[in-house]
Design a protein around this ligand. Structure first.
Ligand code: MG
Length: 241
């Protein structure tokens, strides 16, 4: 798990230096897939879920501005002022790592900067609750409370998840909930915590490409995710870059 997480972190580290005005999300995808394969891993998202009518066609999700999650890399050129969320998974020697980060493309608005700050704060708040003996609801409630304290909206539809030999395992980690509810967190669990922040409403839509999720009001959205393990009772971030 640590090695899979390290490969994912390496991809995000590479891409954070490549994200700039003028680059296409398709070329970012190529860079990511090449690095994953060079490390002897496979892209977790490519062809996911197996047997689906519409398997995901790329190694990364590239979601721009109002696109919340699951954007498909394309020839679209990034422009200054965009925010781009890259979500990436790597499968290495039987285990997955999974993380997402929203990057600023060139200079972005103060409004967008604020949104990024709130979302990284929500990620930290959620991770801080991932200690043995706490409940899934403690993570969920911390994420929700942080986001709502700034007047933004936390997604009701999309969740974090357990991770390991499968990309998505139980328990689901919702981005809203009540403290002390849900499954108890235990030593050795590996979890993806992934807050998403929306403006004005948490409502979303799926575009006709069957994948891209956008805010219903087309407002800016951001998304951050780390894979963590509970080690010695405390959260260890496996995808830090
Ligand atoms: Mg995930």
């Amino acid at each position: 798990m640590r090695e899979a997480g390290r490969i994912v972190a390496e991809v995000l580290d590479l891409l954070q230096h490549e994200v700039r005005p003028g680059i296409t999300t398709r070329s970012l995808n190529t860079l990511a897939e090449t690095l994953i394969r060079e490390r002897g891993a496979e892209p977790s998202f490519l062809g996911y879920p197996p047997g689906s009518r519409y398997p995901f066609p790329a190694a990364i999700c590239a979601s721009i501005n109002e696109e919340l999650v699951h954007g498909i890399p394309s020839p679209r050129v990034l422009r200054a002022g965009d925010v781009l969320t890259v979500d990436v998974g790597a499968y290495y020697q039987g285990f997955h790592g999974d993380a997402a980060w929203t990057f600023a493309v060139g200079e972005i608005s103060v409004r967008a900067q604020t949104l990024l700050g709130v979302a990284t704060g929500a990620l930290q708040a959620g991770i801080a609750q991932a200690v043995a003996g706490n409940h899934v609801g403690d993570i969920a409630a911390a994420v929700q409370a942080h986001i709502e304290s700034y007047g933004y909206h936390s997604t009701r539809q999309y969740t974090g998840h357990g991770i390991g030999q499968n990309l998505h395992e139980s328990p689901q980690i919702p981005n809203y909930g009540r403290p002390k509810s849900g499954a108890v967190l235990r030593e050795g669990m590996t979890l993806c915590i992934e807050p998403m922040v929306l403006i004005g409403s948490s409502e979303t839509q799926v575009l006709p490409d069957h994948w891209t999720v956008v805010s219903a009001n087309r407002e800016l959205t951001v998304h951050f995710e780390h894979t963590i393990a509970i080690v010695d009772g405390q959260p260890e971030i496996l995808t830090r870059f």
